[in-house]
Design a protein around this ligand. Structure first.
Ligand code: GLY
Length: 414
């Protein structure tokens, strides 16, 4: 069996490693892949459009394609591959808008009674300004452009002056391009964030273990948003009662909405959540596995991942995922300066003797040496009976890795 994995980060390396660790008789391809994926499969080095990628997959008899990165989903890769008669895991373009179009997504939540923070949509700067002046929402508020998610195009305003400035930045100066033509003003909720990734097979949504993602570059969630600087599984704030609340007020109405709106697809659905003292709220959907949540989750998955995909996707059987009853902690090692300017090409010491699990996010092998090649470089995982044990193991492994300008957060899992 030939499987193509789309993307080039630690998440894609983790998906590939999991498929191989389950002893599946498979051959892996990655597009574009990275230095780690190149060791476990074939990286496709040509630069392809999604149409060309479809042609490549057809010509090379790829059996299943798994899409990691949202960028390809929003370019309609699933629609293109289906037209070629290829099996692909991910949402078609209309469903990918749940991630890529905030207004579409919020309107879907409102229509199906999915609990989400209060919001208003504006396409006129003056109307948005008058709304702000009426002070209807408690501060702080989030001002969001209608573009791709990933935390880009969001400004948090703590007072009215900051809010007015944010409106100007997004709608007049167009800091985030034309995604600022329409904006959302949203109530900002204080609480604990949680990520729940699930599999959707067009009929059921099967949640994975809960995760907590650390998005900011600085400790104590300070500084710029990143692709993710670490994660823990399970999320300690997802108690039984929070799970019940999540299922009743978010997961079940989401399933109903997806089916009634004919947004059925086979793929991953990611719930970005905020747990407040009384209730859980849905902040956003992503239509893929999270990164670094994938790297934190897969080491705990006991079930054969390919069997899960095949039984639900190809044969539409009921899915039952078995997990280790342990905790997992992932530390992202990055190049100092990320997510802005950073240097690459630094020699990495200690990787070849590092104990599994770990994943390559942005590093390449040159002859016998590992060299940094991106902002996020390595994902180091610790597994333990408690989060504290898992984080200790992860940080002990981190001590064995050295490269110039290495940066990581020291508070993951605290
Ligand atoms: N960890 C958040 C994301 O993958 O978008």
């Amino acid at each position: 069996m030939k499987i193509l994995i789309i993307g080039g980060g630690g998440r894609e390396h983790a998906i590939g490693k999991k498929l191989l660790e389950d002893y599946n008789p498979i051959h892996l391809y990655f597009y574009p892949g990275n230095g780690g994926t190149g060791l476990i499969g074939n990286n496709i080095n040509n630069h392809y459009s999604i149409l060309e990628l479809g042609m490549f997959s057809k010509k090379n008899d790829i059996d299943i394609t798994i899409v990691g990165s949202e960028i390809f989903l929003l370019e309609g890769i699933v629609d293109v591959f289906k037209n070629f008669g290829l099996k692909i895991i991910g949402p078609h373009y209309s469903a990918a808008k749940l991630e890529g179009d905030r207004i579409f997504s919020k309107s879907f939540m409102k229509k199906y009674g999915i609990r989400t923070p209060k919001y208003e949509i504006f396409s006129c700067y003056q109307t948005a300004m008058s709304f702000l002046k009426k002070k209807k929402y408690f501060l702080p508020i989030a001002i969001k452009s209608n573009g791709l998610a990933e935390g880009k195009g969001v400004i948090l305003a703590h007072n009215i002056d900051e809010a007015k400035k944010a409106l100007k930045t997004i709608m007049i100066e167009k800091k985030f391009g034309k995604s600022g033509n329409k904006i959302i003003i949203e109530e900002f909720l204080q609480g604990k964030e949680a990520s729940i990734i699930s599999l959707f097979n067009g009929k059921d949504i099967i949640p994975f273990l809960s995760a907590m993602d650390y998005k900011k570059i600085g400790e104590n969630e300070k500084g710029m948003n990143t692709g993710g600087m670490g994660a823990i599984v399970p999320n300690p704030y997802m108690t039984n009662s929070v799970w019940i609340d999540f299922k009743k007020n978010i997961l079940e109405p989401t399933l109903e909405g997806l089916i009634l709106e004919k947004l059925n697809f086979f793929g991953f659905l990611y719930f970005g959540l905020m747990i407040t003292p009384n209730k859980i709220y849905l902040l956003e959907y992503n239509t893929r596995i999270g990164d670094p949540e994938a790297q934190t989750l897969f080491p705990l998955m006991k079930s054969n991942f390919l069997n899960i995909i095949q039984s639900s996707f190809l044969h539409k059987e009921e899915i039952n995922i078995i997990w280790e009853k342990s905790c997992s902690c992932c530390i992202v090692l990055s190049s100092k300066g990320y997510p802005e300017k950073y240097e690459t090409g630094k020699l990495i010491v200690g990787l070849d003797s590092l104990q599994e699990p770990f994943y390559i996010a942005g590093a390449k092998k040159e002859k016998e040496d590992w060299i940094t090649s991106s902002g996020r470089v390595l994902n180091i995982i610790g597994i333990g009976n408690t989060i504290q044990e898992a984080r200790k193991k992860a940080y002990d492994k981190v001590k064995k890795i050295k490269f110039e300008n290495l940066y990581f957060r020291r508070d993951i899992g605290l």
